[in-house]
Design a protein around this ligand. Structure first.
Ligand SMILES: [Zn+2]
Length: 446
């Protein structure tokens, strides 16, 4: 039996070309898009959602997030939907929690985006996050770890700072044999150029190692520092105009590696010293117990940045934004990821909206920023057949906006309705549900 929903009369934005198609109807049959186009005659059995005067986009995708780990995170997954995010790529967490979360979402008992996950990080002999890592300090263990994760049904592999080069080669070979892509940080002991040459599929954050661009004595001194201080001191020295930086930009673009700059988390690292953002008005949508849990969460020391570095850190962040502009200009495949989540500007969903704004500030057009969160994101997940655009046969994930996101990227956050896998949610009702401290189950608007 078909259950048709017609989202009717909106202006559909083709995220490939930027062409707006006014007066378009998206016809949804259960979890799939059945048809897209002008539809003067709607099927009689269809439930009609009048979208006149709105803009229609594919569901947005946050390509770097950590959705599990603490119980309170479960209580705000629905905010992703409220801000138009229907897919999340979880780049590291507890494998069992992630599998259970995905089952709850698939059963329809938890209002949340679809989750693609890596499970544990693969790291070297001195893992940065021991409880959520597997140590792949030898090539044999690297192979075993990837075989194990493939058997557990992960969607991709995530590598971290201290994976030795020998292990990285084996990880890439084994993962690719299983049809899994590999993403992650550039290991601190090699260069981004080397990681790309070895065949890494995607790069997380802007993590150019000192040994890529600096004399080796300086690189040795800086590359192993904790992240906030390390990136600040490296970017104080990096020169965007240098021949070696220009070469790296061309390599990233020409190799077709995906590049997920996660500017949002770097702006938190650089400008706020990872302040909790406890007073942000957006927290009105967060239940009180969740807010308290975040405020009392201990921040790891690696994020600490003493006040003497603040100015340098800010300058370094604007250099990284300029680099993102250069990468875009060169034709690199950029993604939108957040590394969320937390309170305020790092809330689920709102974080992705803020990342889109940062991408536009870096020189991308609103369309290019939206591509990073839709069509390019689907390519990076290997899901172009089912996600990333509004076309017949694809998953019914879409966002109904009150204003034109191509005119101003901030309009992408003015969500009226979101459809995920054919289920229709009212964005205001989703946000209200957090305020009244109820769990995420009751928000289906149908
Ligand atoms: Zn992360």
């Amino acid at each position: 039996m078909s259950e048709l929903v017609a989202i009717s009369g909106g202006t559909l934005i083709d995220v490939r070309s930027g062409t707006p198609h006014p007066n378009t109807t998206v016809l949804v049959d259960r979890d799939r898009i059945a048809a897209v186009g002008p539809m003067p005659q709607l099927p009689e059995t269809a439930r009609v959602i009048d979208a006149t005067g709105t803009w229609l986009l594919p569901g947005l995708m946050d390509m770097h997030a950590h959705t599990t780990g603490e119980r309170h995170k479960d209580k705000i997954h629905h905010l992703y939907l409220a801000y138009g995010v229907t897919t999340v790529r979880d780049t590291g967490g507890n494998l069992t929690l992630l599998r259970l979360l995905r089952e709850r979402i698939a059963r329809g008992s938890h209002a949340a985006p679809s989750i693609f996950f890596a499970g544990p990080l693969l790291d070297g002999a001195t893992p940065v996050w021991p409880p959520m890592s597997i140590m792949v300090d030898t090539p044999e263990r690297a192979r075993g770890a990837v075989e194990f994760l493939a058997g557990q049904g992960v969607d991709f592999i995530k590598i971290y700072n201290w994976v030795p080069e020998g292990s990285l080669q084996v990880i890439l070979d084994t993962a690719h044999r299983h049809g899994l892509r590999v993403t992650g940080h550039v290991p601190r002991t090699i260069t981004m150029t080397r990681a790309i040459q070895l065949g890494i599929d995607c790069l997380e954050h802007i993590r150019i190692t000192g040994r890529e661009l600096l004399p080796s004595d300086e690189a040795d001194r800086l590359d192993g520092l904790p992240v906030a201080r390390r990136e600040t001191l490296l970017w104080e020295r990096f020169e965007l105009e240098s021949e070696s930086m220009q070469r790296l930009v061309r390599l990233v673009a020409d190799s077709r590696v995906f590049f997920d700059p996660t500017l949002l988390v770097d702006s938190a690292l650089s400008m706020d010293g990872y302040a909790i953002d406890a007073d942000n008005p957006a927290n009105a949508d967060v239940p009180d117990d969740v807010r308290r849990a975040f405020v009392h969460e201990e921040r790891p020391e690696i994020f600490d940045l003493s006040s003497e570095y603040v100015r340098t850190a800010r300058d370094g962040f604007s250099k990284r934004q300029r680099l993102v502009g250069m990468l875009h200009e060169a034709g690199a495949r950029l993604l939108a990821g957040t590394d969320c989540f937390g309170l305020g500007k790092q809330l689920p969903g709102l974080g992705l909206q803020n990342e889109l704004t940062l991408l536009v500030e870096s020189g991308l057009s609103p369309l290019a920023a939206l591509q990073a969160a839709t069509v390019t994101a689907a390519e990076a997940l290997g899901q172009s057949e089912t996600l990333g655009t509004l076309e017949a046969g694809k998953r019914a994930d879409l966002v109904v906006l009150e204003a034109d996101p191509l005119a101003d990227i901030r309009n992408a956050r003015v969500v009226r309705t979101v459809v995920k896998g054919g289920r229709v949610y009212d964005a205001a009702a989703l946000r209200e549900q957090g305020r009244s401290n109820r769990l995420a189950e009751a928000a289906v608007a149908t």
